[in-house]
Design a protein around this ligand. Structure first.
Ligand SMILES: [Zn+2]
Ligand SMILES: [Zn+2]
Length: 247
């Protein structure tokens, strides 16, 4: 509503009605619903359901009180799964998802620690990379332990090794002197159950392993740095969208 009291429709911009009663919006829903029916989707189609919610009728003219009720009822839905009758504090699916997250994160961390030790990729170890035919050496100056989860591992965003360039360091540009690289490609067969890794190769080879220098912070294996509530703060169930039709 504008200052003068005139109602303008947010959907079509016309005066005198709002988007809830906009005839143009209803017509658009109808068109899309009709297209779905032509595709054989019946009353399952998204737009057909939207149309029924809006008008209280299916396209064939049958009343759709069950759709209207949901709209008007304002039933509270769980923010995570979008079902009714509970909230995020009591959502079984959310509890299960958190549990799975922690299990997978723990698995990948145990695995990473084992691998780094087996590689001898502790602080002071040397990686080598081919750069236009020249071998360039990098020293491991640190590990970004907190970056390691099954999710960063799966998407190739661990940026786990903090490297310092040794070869040609004086002539290299500032951003070439230090860099963080992801965990090297692991044979998928040797990954723990449920863990995936993006197929990714930075061509770095361990050429100077060391025997120590691989010490994650206290509590790292126990995931003490992960605030699971925070992780799931804005997450929604993969079924959130479909669950809008469920109770
Ligand atoms: Zn309108
Ligand atoms: Zn829920």
């Amino acid at each position: 509503m504008s200052w003068s009291g005139t109602v303008y429709c947010r959907y079509c911009g016309d005066k005198g009605h709002n988007s809830r009663t906009c005839p143009q919006k209803t017509a658009h829903y109808k068109q899309r619903a009709e297209a779905e029916v032509e595709n054989g989707e019946g009353r399952e189609g998204y737009w057909h359901r939207m149309y029924a919610q809006r008008t209280g009728m299916w396209l064939d003219g049958d009343a759709a009180p069950e759709m209207k009720k949901r709209r008007a009822g304002g039933t509270r839905r769980c923010k995570y799964c979008n079902k009714t009758g509970h909230n995020t504090r009591t959502c079984a699916e959310l509890a299960q998802a958190k549990e799975q997250y922690l299990t997978d994160a723990r698995r990948v961390r145990e695995f990473v620690l084992r691998e780094v030790r087996a590689m001898g990729a502790g602080i002071g170890s040397l990686f080598q990379q081919d750069e236009y035919g020249n071998a360039v050496a990098f020293m491991v100056q640190g590990h970004v332990w907190e970056n390691v989860t099954h999710e960063t591992f799966a998407s190739g965003r661990t940026n786990f090794f903090s490297l310092k360039r040794l070869t040609g360091a004086t002539t290299a540009s500032r951003w070439e002197r230090e860099r963080n690289v992801n965990f090297p490609q692991i044979d998928p067969e040797s990954l723990p159950e449920g863990i995936t890794q993006t197929n990714y190769s930075h061509g770095l080879q361990m050429v100077g392993p060391v025997s120590g220098g691989v010490n994650p912070p206290d509590g790292w294996l126990e995931l003490e740095d992960i605030d699971i509530k925070e992780v799931f703060k804005d997450r929604q169930s993969p079924n959130h969208y479909d669950n809008q039709w469920e109770d």
